[in-house]
Design a protein around this ligand. Structure first.
Ligand SMILES: [Zn+2]
Length: 87
């Protein structure tokens, strides 16, 4: 099983579906501007509009982690005559 499941999730502009944004990272809660269509968002607005995208990524991440865990369990106990593994 991998020890690191950190994944970068790209934010998508709800208007033009592009993934490039401009913001000033020196200012906390600075306004985020889409580099393509120039719409402005707060961080919260952008996160809200990407909710489904983020949820899908986390779901996939959980499934991948479970598959890896199942493989590890099979590897460790698979050849044991004392354990029967059914996954
Ligand atoms: Zn845009």
């Amino acid at each position: 099983m991998k020890s690191n499941y950190i994944k970068k999730i790209d934010m998508i502009c709800p208007f033009c579906k592009r993934k490039i944004f401009e913001y000033d990272n020196k200012i906390q809660n600075s306004i985020i501007t889409c580099a393509s269509c120039k719409k402005h968002f707060t961080k919260k607005e952008l996160l809200n509009s990407n909710n489904r995208n983020i949820e899908n990524n986390f779901k996939k991440l959980g499934e991948d982690a479970m598959k890896d865990l199942a493989k590890d369990i099979k590897k460790i106990f698979g050849n044991s005559k004392y354990f029967k593994i059914k996954i």
